[in-house]
Design a protein around this ligand. Structure first.
Ligand SMILES: NC(=O)c1ccc[n+]([C@@H]2O[C@H](COP(=O)([O-])OP(=O)(O)OC[C@H]3O[C@@H](n4cnc5c(N)ncnc54)[C@H](OP(=O)(O)O)[C@@H]3O)[C@@H](O)[C@H]2O)c1
Length: 357
């Protein structure tokens, strides 16, 4: 099935912010004939699904015609079957001949849960969040850092988190070039749909009961462990805080780094600028312009280093500011991982091993 030259058949499970961005990234990249989203499973009704595909307050109008017909969508002329189940078993994935489910509901974090898709005819699942542990997936991938370790035999891959994608390339580079003895990360993350607009109950997290638009809200995060999962040389050296801020999209990371080699702030900036112009092109960018977060809305990079905010205190303490579009950058990395992974499992195409798009 997967070895033929027919387009890859994708399904999106959970068609919220990331699910919709993934579909749109596919279309904006002009890849929709090679990688077809043939199914969406999302509890919302068809009319709302069509409406929020067409109009997006953050990313603007969809660049193509979107229509709702009977039980499916027509997106830029392609038919997309739509189901509304909360249980994977309630969808006939096998009949849809799905090659990959892009899982964007965030509801499946352990192997038993994710395997429910595999048990009902889905060959592979790409998760839009980190699994509970490394053992719950076959691989956790940050594109540009370890995607080359995929073999094509994996059935469950996690695309890590947006913040992990933003910070791991940077830390990987600085660990190699300068050595890192301690890392403190503070994420300033835009609001998400797991927060209420005004105060409301949340089943598991008191902080997520508070109005998203009225407060700066510290929330729990597994970022430090997520970074260490990708960069084992930093095990025990990373701590992180996550703070939700009342902006609709684009986030920032404030990084405090104790480095082994003595360097100046301008040397660090030069290193980052050269990496952005060289090996990390397309993945990481560098800017010294005067920015506010909105400047990075719909920016496809995993991270943009703001060189104007680099600070240094004492011989070895560096402070960096990094911007990232938590929705669009991440959705584009899911697309990159899909393309690369597909190249590996499909006998008819060769792996996409470059960072250049
Ligand atoms: N937003 C970001 O910046 C971002 C970035 C990177 C990664 N992520 C991760 O991506 C995942 C999704 O985030 P999001 O921001 O896209 O959330 P979202 O906007 O809330 O979208 C999730 C969608 O999945 C639906 N859903 C819930 N349970 C489902 C099920 N069992 N089967 C199918 N659909 C189901 C939800 O419907 P209901 O609302 O009716 O339950 C909702 O429409 C999370 O794990 C998040 O951590 C998010």
């Amino acid at each position: 099935m997967s070895g033929s030259r027919r387009p890859l058949r994708l399904a999106i499970n959970g068609y919220g912010r990331i699910g919709r961005c993934f579909l749109r990234a596919l279309h904006e990249a002009g890849l929709d004939s090679r990688f077809q989203v043939v199914a969406i499973n999302e509890p919302a009704d068809l009319a709302s699904i069509a409406y929020l595909t067409r109009f997006d307050s953050t990313h603007g109008r969809f660049p193509g015609k979107v229509e709702a017909e009977d039980d499916h969508l027509l997106i830029a002329g392609q038919a997309v079957s739509v189901t509304h189940a909360r249980e994977p078993e309630a969808v006939d994935w096998a009949a849809l001949e799905i090659d990959l489910v892009v899982e964007c509901s965030g509801q499946y974090s352990d192997r038993a849960g994710i395997s429910r898709f595999l048990a009902v005819g889905v060959p592979r699942v790409l998760l839009s969040h980190p699994a509970n542990s490394a053992a719950d997936v076959d691989a956790t991938v940050v594109y540009g850092i370890n995607h080359q370790q995929l073999t094509g035999a994996e059935r469950i891959v996690s695309n890590a988190s947006c913040t992990t994608n933003a910070v791991v390339p940077l830390l990987d580079l600085l660990e190699r070039e300068l050595g890192l003895s301690q890392v403190l990360l503070t994420t300033l993350h835009s609001v998400m749909n797991d927060q209420p607009l005004i105060d409301g109950y949340h089943h598991t997290d008191l902080r997520r009961t508070r109005s998203a638009m009225q407060s700066i809200i510290p929330v729990s995060t597994g970022l430090a462990r997520g970074v260490e999962r990708l960069l084992p040389s930093l095990a025990g050296k990373v701590q992180a805080k996550a703070i939700r801020v009342p902006t609709h999209n684009v986030s920032a990371i404030d990084l405090v780094l104790a480095v082994d080699k003595e360097v100046s702030a301008s040397q660090v900036n030069r290193l980052l600028a050269e990496a952005a112009a060289g090996p990390y092109q397309g993945l990481m960018a560098y800017s010294e312009e005067t920015h506010a977060s909105i400047d990075f809305n719909h920016d496809p990079h995993s991270a943009v280093v703001d060189g104007s905010q680099t600070r240094k205190v004492g011989p070895r303490l560096i402070n960096l500011l990094v911007w990232f579009d938590n929705e669009w950058g991440f959705a584009n990395r899911m697309l990159d991982v899909t393309r690369h992974w597909q190249g590996l499992w499909s006998a008819s195409s060769s792996p996409d091993s470059t960072l250049q798009r």
